[in-house]
Design a protein around this ligand. Structure first.
Ligand code: HEC
Length: 136
């Protein structure tokens, strides 16, 4: 019986450690990243990690290429194909189609299609757009 309890508490402790691995949430403050809202942060942590398989140089769904060096010219002040909005309107997070898709807001289906990203990554894109969507 004691052995059983020791095992259980060990598993409990391990679970706490493992659940924090690779996450960037409040409960794992030590691994939380502080973003400044640059395009290079968005490129490496969002586009390269979650988008370029479908929006890259080989396949660019919706006519959208988000690979490094292409993303800016495919987004900023460019009309979207799926709506009447611009993909990214600098300083205007509400009327940027990219953010509607990331947030699955205003009745839009989410991007990526498998489901919304971790909120901290959506916040990063929002920060980039609100700071003027610069090519930085
Ligand atoms: C599994 C494939 C897939 C992945 C991964 C994916 N997309 Fe898409 N995306 C599509 C397809 C297909 C379309 C075109 C149809 C549509 O609008 O739903 C599209 C359309 C879009 C559009 C609209 C473009 C326009 O001009 O109308 C945006 C914005 C977009 N994706 C952003 C993203 C972002 C940002 C990511 C990564 C976080 C992402 N997508 C990941 C498949 C994908």
């Amino acid at each position: 019986m004691r052995k059983y309890f020791t095992m259980l508490s060990l598993m409990f402790v391990m679970n706490i450690f493992l659940s924090c691995k690779g996450k960037i949430t409040d409960s794992c403050a030590t691994t939380e990243k502080v973003y400044t809202g640059t395009l290079s942060e968005v490129q490496s942590d969002v586009f390269n990690s979650f988008c370029i398989g479908c929006h890259g140089n080989i396949t660019s769904n919706g006519g959208l290429n988000l690979s490094a060096g292409k993303a800016y010219n495919n987004l900023v002040n460019i009309p979207s194909t799926g709506s009447t909005l611009l993909r990214v309107k600098p300083g205007d997070t509400i009327n940027s189609y990219l953010l509607r898709r990331l947030n699955a807001s205003a009745g839009e289906s989410p991007m990526p299609p498998s489901g919304k990203l971790n909120q901290s990554l959506i916040n990063l894109v929002e920060l980039w757009v609100s700071k003027g969507a610069q090519n930085n």
